[in-house]
Design a protein around this ligand. Structure first.
Ligand SMILES: *[C@@H]1O[C@H](CO)[C@@H](O)[C@H](O)[C@H]1NC(C)=O
Ligand SMILES: *[C@@H]1O[C@H](CO)[C@@H](O)[C@H](O)[C@H]1NC(C)=O
Ligand SMILES: *[C@@H]1O[C@H](CO)[C@@H](O)[C@H](O)[C@H]1NC(C)=O
Ligand SMILES: *[C@@H]1O[C@H](CO)[C@@H](O)[C@H](O)[C@H]1NC(C)=O
Ligand SMILES: *[C@@H]1O[C@H](CO)[C@@H](O)[C@H](O)[C@H]1NC(C)=O
Ligand SMILES: *[C@@H]1O[C@H](CO)[C@@H](O)[C@H](O)[C@H]1NC(C)=O
Length: 458
């Protein structure tokens, strides 16, 4: 949360009025059981949103819910009021009839689903169901369907549907946060035009803070943290789980009239108030260098920066503390022409580059596959130019750890075949780089040409 600067009269008075206002609203709407500071925080999180829930047209709501099944089990949804779409990565369950959610137990009662035998269905609402490590951090949600005689009484009645998902999984890693949360959230909930409530299990305050701009553009209402709430909320409909397509990807062809990656990027520009859509809207070549301090570190970063400046780039060195403030860093990246970094989560920020900008990935030994599949291919789908700089053994610190003739250097595939743990320990954690400046220069000259921003006089 931002601090209120001392000495500013307006900023000191406004919160008091707001607190009073939100207190009154809460006593009417939600009871006064929550601490004022929590209410204040929620209000801040939801500043742009309205307080009174404003439902969408029921017919449109049913159409949207049905579309979430992506062509599967739609007749089941029509007939019974409840159906799921399940694939390798994720499971999305939809109730188009009223549900009651007991926030204390995360049981979703779908009492009006009919013609279904009573059943308890357990859903882990995080888009990585194929990954056991991630799913260990995801609490299950139980959906009780069929003819339930005594569902619990509603403490709060909502007019908009609930979208239930977990912010557990691979927390605190921006690749996973975009891959498994932000893009899936967009795919699942953008159609509702902000008329929905998010119920975030395994709630992490830092997550809600960091992505507030996105969450508040997808929903006009404050996020519900079930663990802090603990009561029964009733919704006209609900979605449990999020859609997932591919690594940092939106598969345009999946849903007719669906969204594309370019739509997601447009949505991000609106959420973060980013001004630049096309690189041609900028003039000077700005290079953003992702500086990793511990692993896959550029050991001769200073020399790299000198060379970059000599080519005519203005260089921004992005260190972790700069990148931690996503709202600000999104703007920095949005004014960039070229993003340079070693394979790693920081490259996810390519998502904020203008169309026509260049992504340069430094690909360490044995990291070809994840480099292409996590950042290279997706970058191209984002409308970026993508260049790779493949490390020679002489540029990798692994050579001094293992020696030139060790299979780690001469036959990375044989080492990689031992499994992800080995790849992680050797190639992701122990590998640093001393970049061959004259060779890397060629890649950056190409990048500069692609930007169209090279100064013909230099
Ligand atoms: C449709 O629903 C059935 C029963 O719940 C489920 O087993 C099946 O996986 C669903 N189909 C798809 C494609 O998700
Ligand atoms: C589902 O769970 C509830 C309690 O959580 C239990 O009363 C009920 O018998 C269960 N139903 C089935 C079909 O397992
Ligand atoms: C639902 O259950 C009640 C009592 O348990 C029963 O009277 C009613 O017929 C059932 N309805 C349906 C549609 O199965
Ligand atoms: C999205 O497209 C990729 C690449 O074509 C494919 O591998 C993946 O299965 C698709 N995802 C879904 C959910 O259709
Ligand atoms: C890689 O470089 C960083 C930063 O200099 C250092 O902390 C780390 O220990 C190095 N890793 C190895 C395996 O030498
Ligand atoms: C740098 O790369 C060039 C090839 O582009 C090579 O001729 C040169 O020997 C390399 N320098 C070092 C120090 O490895």
């Amino acid at each position: 949360m931002e601090k209120v600067p001392a000495g500013s009269l307006v900023l000191r008075v406004t919160p008091l009025i707001c607190l009073l206002l939100v207190f009154l609203l809460y006593t009417v709407d939600f009871g006064s059981h929550e601490a004022l500071s929590d209410q204040w925080k929620k209000l801040r999180l939801n500043w742009a949103g309205s307080r009174t829930e404003d439902p969408i047209d029921p017919e449109q709501l049913h159409f949207l819910l049905k579309r979430l099944l992506e062509g599967k089990n739609q007749t089941q949804l029509e007939a019974t009021g409840f159906a799921c779409h399940s694939d390798f990565h994720t499971e999305v369950c939809v109730s188009n009839r009223p549900v009651r959610i007991d926030m204390a137990t995360m049981k979703v009662y779908a009492p009006f689903s009919q013609g279904l035998p009573p059943a308890n269905r357990t859903i882990s609402p995080y888009a990585r169901k194929d990954d056991k490590v991630a799913m260990d951090f995801v609490s299950p949600v139980q959906v009780l369907q069929g003819n339930i005689t005594f569902p619990p009484a509603c403490r709060y009645n909502h007019k908009v549907p609930a979208v239930v998902f977990s912010s557990g999984g691979f927390a605190e890693n921006i690749f996973h946060e975009f891959n498994e949360l932000m893009i899936p959230l967009f795919l699942t909930s953008r159609g509702f035009q902000a008329h929905l409530r998010f119920v975030v299990t395994d709630y992490r305050p830092s997550f809600v803070d960091k992505f507030n701009k996105i969450l508040s553009h997808l929903s006009s209402y404050e996020v519900i943290n079930p663990a802090a709430d603990g009561t029964v909320h009733c919704f006209p409909a609900a979605v449990v789980g999020l859609h997932y397509h591919d690594n940092l990807a939106v598969n345009t062809t999946d849903i007719p009239e669906g969204y594309s990656m370019l739509d997601f990027r447009q949505f991000l520009r609106e959420s973060f108030n980013l001004k630049i859509q096309y690189l041609s809207q900028t003039e000077k070549p700005v290079l953003i260098l992702i500086s990793r301090p511990k692993t896959r570190t550029f050991l001769n970063e200073d020399q790299m920066v000198t060379m970059m400046k000599e080519l005519g780039f203005r260089v921004v060195i992005a260190k972790p503390d700069m990148m931690a403030n996503l709202d600000k860093f999104a703007e920095v990246v949005n004014s960039g022409s070229v993003l340079v970094g070693a394979h790693g989560a920081g490259l996810t920020n390519e998502i904020f580059l203008p169309e026509g900008a260049v992504m340069v990935q430094v690909v360490g030994l044995a990291l070809e596959w994840p480099s292409t599949n996590y950042y290279g291919g997706p970058g191209t789908e984002m409308g970026l130019h993508y260049l790779e700089y493949k490390i020679e053994p002489e540029e990798s610190s692994l050579i001094s750890l293992y020696g030139r003739d060790h299979p780690v250097i001469t036959d990375p595939a044989s080492i990689a075949s031992q499994g992800y743990r080995v790849v992680r320990d050797v190639y992701l954690i122990k590998q640093n780089f001393t970049i061959n400046i004259s060779r890397f220069r060629n890649t950056l000259v190409k990048a500069l040409e692609l930007t169209g921003q090279s100064d013909p006089l230099v």
